[in-house]
Design a protein around this ligand. Structure first.
Ligand code: SAM
Length: 287
């Protein structure tokens, strides 16, 4: 039996990565994007949207732990959380591990991503979508934050890249909406691309977030299937002290929370804010 054709990620015009699918589990053009989930010998099950790798069973823990536990452990008592995107449920799974969380609203544009990930990538959400603390809203995240009158302690934008439906989640309009529904001592974080390959995304996000927030920065982690080096995460809040923490206090807080992680630790948390010189130079800053 001949193997299905290679799945090639063409995020960049002259360079990419290729996966040999053992089996294509689902492939469909949804109302918003092309969705494919396939099995690969190296990475387990892989989901791509519009030809771009979104998540794999093998390395998802790195991204989902860093997008979630860095803001959640930086906030003194995160009770109300807003997730934008995140249709695979990995962020939701990690957020719900925090005992302080009373309610999570997840705003995802594409119901098909949620449905197919529950079916084919069940360990990503691990039942999180059935948790009584969760409300799922199917909408464009920019519409939701522009109309929202609630205030959230932590807002996590787990979007696709700024092409197609994800584009609206990298706009000044979206960031103004986030500013209006983030609590005074709240934290906003967002997926912000692989800086070595998408440095313009870091520069643009910094420029667009700065008018809305007193403290804007980035932290990073290497996620193997987001090829090209470290993945940067945008950080924004009105309180710069949220990013200044005592390592031993953070270690104690993490120990108290007793949340099982495979990547996030207090030292990794702290070190993730140390950015390479080329990013600092691009941002016109020294720290
Ligand atoms: N970890 C991935 C990454 O770093 O690229 C993101 C994974 S997650 C599957 C991305 C989610 O964002 C998808 O479920 C997609 O449907 C959703 N999405 C894209 N644009 C959106 C928008 N404007 N509003 C809400 N959700 C959106």
């Amino acid at each position: 039996m001949n193997r299905p054709e290679m799945k090639i990620e063409r995020l960049y015009p002259s360079w990419g990565q290729a996966f040999s699918p053992e089996k294509v589990l689902f492939e469909h053009q949804t109302e918003h994007q092309h969705l494919v989930i396939f099995k690969n010998q190296q990475w387990g099950k892989v989901m791509m949207l519009d030809g771009v790798v979104q998540t794999t069973e093998k390395d998802e823990f790195i991204y989902h732990e860093m997008m979630t536990h860095v803001p959640m452990f930086s906030h003194h008592n995160p009770q109300k959380v807003l997730i934008i995107g995140g249709g695979d449920g990995g962020i939701l799974r990690e957020v719900l591990k925090h005992q302080s969380v009373k309610h999570v609203t997840q705003v995802e544009i594409d119901q098909a991503v949620i449905d197919m990930c529950i079916k084919y990538l069940p360990n990503h959400s691990a039942g999180a979508f059935t948790d009584e603390r969760v409300d799922v809203v199917i909408d464009d995240g920019v519409n939701y934050v522009s109309r929202c009158s609630q205030k959230f302690d932590v807002i996590i934008s787990d979007s696709t890249d700024p092409i197609g439906p994800g584009e609206s989640l990298f706009t000044s309009e979206f960031y103004h909406g986030v500013q209006s529904c983030l609590a005074d001592d709240g934290v906003f974080v967002a997926q912000n691309g692989v800086s070595f390959m998408q440095l313009d995304e870091v520069i643009t996000t910094h420029k667009r977030l700065s008018p809305c927030f007193k403290d804007v920065g980035f932290y990073a982690a290497a996620v193997p299937t987001y090829v090209g080096g470290i993945m940067t995460f945008a950080w924004a809040s009105q309180n710069p002290t949220l990013r200044q923490f005592d390592l031993s206090q953070l270690e104690h807080k993490i120990q108290q929370a007793a949340i099982k992680t495979q990547y996030h630790t207090a030292a990794i948390h702290q070190a993730s804010f140390a950015l390479p010189r080329y990013i600092l130079t691009a941002l016109g800053t020294s720290v």
